[in-house]
Structure formats: C-alpha cells, structure tokens
Design a protein around this ligand. Structure first.
Ligand code: GLP
Length: 234
C-alpha cells in the first residue's frame, strides 16, 4: 500500500521523513538503505542536528557512479560522508565500489551483502522519468545489483553537479528493483514540479517497467513524501 504525505515544501518534507526514520530506528530498525541526490538533503540536515545515535546502525547505499573514486566530490561516497557519516558515524556503511575492476563480481557481492543485512527502511528519490536509484525505464523488475548505462536524460539532469556534461560518468552500479522491493519499509521523497509527472505515474499509472518506480505499488509498506508542487498531478 502506498501512503502519500503532502507537505508544504522540501523543508517540511525532510522533517517528516526524519520523523519516520527516527521512529523506525527507535522501534528496532538496524539496517537502512540510503540514497543521494538533492532530494534527501533536508532529511540529512534534520538527521545530523538530532541526537540520534547511529553507532549501532548499518547502511547500504543504492548506487555509485562507475569510475569515480570515493574522494571525488561528485561521488556518492563523498556525498554520504559530507551529508551524514562525518557527523553521524554508523557501525558499518556499504556503498557500491565505482572503481571495482570486476563489476559483475562486485554486483554479486553487493547482492550478498543485502541478503545478509536485510534492509529495514529503504530511502528513495525518483528521477524525472520515473527511475529509482539508477534503474532506468526498461530495467527488469526481477534483477538485483547491476551496472547501468545512464540515459541522456539522467546524464543531463545530473550534469548540474559537474563542471561540464562530459564529466558525468556514463554508467553506474546500482541496486536493482528486486533488492529495493525486498526491503521491509520504503520511504520515497520527491519535491518540485519537475517530479510531478513521475509521481503521478508511479502512484496512479500502470505497473510497468517503463516506469521503474511503479513497481512500488506492489510493496506492502511505502510512504511517499511529496511537496505540493510534486503532488500537483495527483
Ligand atoms: C539520481 C540518483 C537517484 C535520485 C535521482 C533524483 O539519478 N541516482 O537516486 O533519486 O537522481 O535526483 P535528485 O534528488 O537530485 O532530483
């Protein structure tokens, strides 16, 4: 079932999302699936200024660009350090290794990590074309961690974080829909008008691999936090 919470803006959305994580952790959640992008920034702001102790928690991140080292400011490793882990140390943090020599072998290893540490709460954003993590339209709902060739759309959207578009990596390693669906609880955040169509398709559209996020309609416990602008088409 998808529960939808509409907030005034991203600030209120971040606070709401933090409440859900805080309660989940107090109720015993130990493994968190974490995400990057501009969407979760307000959640992490609330998190770092809270008194939540994270030293007993494990995190497993959704994705990482291929070819970026952890100290590259555009990498998702760097993002997580900066926005959360530097201030809130976790017991153990996993993020896909964008520098892995043997990517298929790494992906298998990551699937095993997720199996060994079942995710209690998974955080998600959504791309303008309905992608989750880097699972682009057309990705099989059945697959686990894999290497993804990024679409022109996603490369363009993410180029705002790079000096120029040629620096945006062409592929990424990411959890598949099957990994995401295996988590016990999912919190998806989306803010701004540019996400409104993807949000509508995800919640009200048919379940189709053309809209990766639409698979979430089949999950038993999804909370969608959207601001008014992203809820516009609902
Ligand atoms: C990227 C990330 C996704 C994220 C999406 C939206 O492609 N891999 O995990 O949800 O874009 O990004 P943003 O939150 O910056 O809008």
């Amino acid at each position: 079932m998808m529960k939808v919470i509409v907030t005034e803006d991203q600030i209120e959305g971040g606070a709401k999302a933090f409440e859900i994580f805080e309660k989940g952790i107090k109720d015993g959640a130990k493994v968190l699936g974490l995400a990057t992008g501009s969407t979760p920034e307000t959640l992490y702001q609330n998190w770092v200024k809270s008194d939540l102790n994270c030293s007993g928690l494990t995190s497993i991140n959704l994705d990482e660009y291929v070819g970026l080292k952890p100290d590259n400011p555009q990498s998702y490793h760097y993002f997580m350090q900066k926005h959360l882990f530097d201030k809130k140390p976790f017991k153990k943090t996993y993020i896909p290794d964008g520098m892995a020599k043997d990517i298929p072998a790494f992906c298998k290893k990551y699937d095993q990590i997720i199996k060994d540490n079942p995710i209690d709460i998974q955080l998600l954003g959504i791309g303008r074309n309905g992608h989750i993590a880097f699972n682009e339209p057309g990705t099989s709902f059945e697959i686990g961690t894999h290497e993804v060739k990024l679409t022109e759309n996603t490369i363009k959207a993410n180029s705002r974080f790079f000096d120029n578009i040629d620096e945006v990596p062409k592929s990424a390693i990411c959890m598949g829909p099957a990994n995401i669906m295996a988590s016990k609880k999912i919190v998806l955040m989306a803010f701004g008008e540019k996400k409104a169509h993807a949000v509508k398709e995800m919640i009200e559209g048919p379940i189709t691999e053309d809209v990766p996020a639409s698979i979430l309609q089949k999950h038993a416990d999804v909370t969608v936090i959207v601001d008014k602008a992203a809820a516009k088409e609902l």
